[in-house]
Design a protein around this ligand. Structure first.
Ligand code: SF4
Length: 88
C-alpha cells in the first residue's frame, strides 16, 4: 500500500468516526449521566442510548477502542467487558 493510500484510509476512518458522533444523542443531553460515579445510576444514560440512532456504531467504537469509562452504546463498562469475553 502506498503512503497516500494509507493516509486516505486514515482520513476516511476519521471522517466516519466524526459522522456518527455528530448524530450522538447524548451530545444533546447531560454528559455527566454517561460517566456516573462508581455505584451511581446508569439508567438515565441507557434510556437515552435506546433511542439513539447510532447506538451500534457507538458500541462498536467503544469495543474497538477499549473505552474504560462510561456508558457507550447502552452498555456500562462491566457489560462491555462481559460482551467482549463472550465474543472471545
Ligand atoms: S449510544 Fe448512547 S452513548 Fe452512544 S452516542 Fe448514542 S446516546 Fe451517546
Amino acid at each position: 500500500m502506498s503512503e497516500w493510500q494509507e493516509l486516505d484510509l486514515l482520513l476516511g476512518g476519521e471522517a466516519e468516526e466524526a459522522s456518527w458522533q455528530e448524530r450522538a444523542l447524548c451530545a444533546q443531553t447531560d454528559p455527566e449521566a454517561f460517566f456516573p460515579e462508581k455505584g451511581g445510576s446508569t439508567r438515565e444514560a441507557k434510556r437515552v442510548c435506546l433511542s439513539c440512532e447510532v447506538q451500534d456504531e457507538c458500541l462498536e467504537y467503544a469495543l474497538a477502542h477499549d473505552e474504560r469509562f462510561g456508558i457507550w452504546g447502552g452498555l456500562s463498562e462491566r457489560e462491555r467487558r462481559k460482551l467482549k469475553k463472550r465474543a472471545g
